[in-house]
Unconditional design. Structure first.
Length: 202
């Protein structure tokens, strides 16, 4: 197992409703990060569509995986031999989910449907039915959840620790509103108590 992994966290404000432009940016940022040695590139929650509680917009832009966006990112990660985590609305059996898609050298490696919904999420997305998947990588076990879940549900972090996760990914869409320092403190406490690493993109 490789002990050192270079990762990139991409913090950007998605263009609400413009999934084509956002997908283009995801691909561009991934390609740039790889030129700098990144093996894992992390994007925010709902990076593909922009974080909004507009259920009509999310429904219009949701894709049934692999879909156009999942296929393009998966093709890129297969070609480059890297991992990418990004958020998007997913439609499965006519049910909408706020999901994180994890792509890697094998294509789409896993999908996590957000389990703990905000009030805004609940207006359009169904609650996920499974715990976050743990991904085996050459660098150790990796797990992804949303920033809201790490902020308010410490059991998510404890679960990651119990599963032997070395890196916990936080794909976030949190507005600061003066909470930035408190958020960093909470994440730091999670790291100290659970002896794992957390990487967050917002």
């Amino acid at each position: 197992m490789n002990k050192i992994m270079t990762l990139a966290v991409v913090n950007f404000r998605s263009i609400a409703g413009d999934s084509r432009r956002n997908l283009s940016r995801i691909i561009e940022y991934t390609e740039t990060a790889v030129t700098q040695g990144a093996k894992l590139i992390i994007f925010p929650e709902l990076a593909l569509t922009g974080y909004t509680s507009d259920g009509g917009l999310q429904s219009e832009l949701a894709e049934t995986l692999p879909g156009r966006s999942g296929s393009e990112v998966a093709e890129l990660t297969r070609k480059l031999g890297v991992y990418v985590v990004f958020g998007m609305p997913v439609c499965r059996d006519n049910v909408m989910y706020n999901s994180l898609v994890i792509c890697g050298p094998g294509g789409i490696e896993a999908v996590y449907d957000k389990l703990h919904l905000t009030a805004g999420d609940a207006g359009w997305a169904a609650q996920g039915e499974s715990l976050p998947p743990v991904i085996e990588t050459p660098y150790g076990k990796v797990m992804a959840a949303t920033g809201y879940e790490l902020l308010y549900f410490p059991e998510v972090v404890r679960y990651a620790k119990a599963r032997g996760v070395k890196l916990l990914i936080s794909a976030s869409a949190l507005e600061d509103k003066g909470m930035g320092a408190a958020w960093q403190k909470i994440l730091g406490r999670h790291v100290g108590l659970n002896t794992l690493h957390i990487a967050t993109a917002n």
